[in-house]
Design a protein around this ligand. Structure first.
Ligand SMILES: [Zn+2]
Length: 88
């Protein structure tokens, strides 16, 4: 899986994930529990169903598994681009 790290993305940069573009808007550092800070990358992408922009946030250093669709069209586990089976 793609691991997202600070040196791979910066605000203003873009990332491609399975043919879908994610544009990094900002980094946000959040004071989590007991002084432990976590930095989130805020991405804007477009819903492949309605083409409206939506925002996703991913923790830096974690796994990059962003939402693919907007809140209205989200369907976890259902691939956006289903793999077609080839006939032998
Ligand atoms: Zn949508």
């Amino acid at each position: 899986m793609t691991r997202l790290r600070t040196f791979e993305i910066s605000p203003g940069g873009s990332l491609w994930y399975d043919s879908q573009k994610y544009r990094c808007e900002a980094f946000v550092t959040v004071d989590a529990d007991e002084g432990r800070e976590r930095t989130w990358a805020i991405f804007e992408s477009r819903c492949p169903v309605c083409f409206r922009p939506f925002i996703v946030a991913t923790v830096i250093g974690g796994e990059f598994k962003p939402n693919r669709r907007c809140q209205k069209h989200k369907a976890p586990g259902r691939p956006v681009f289903p793999k077609r089976r080839r006939k032998a």
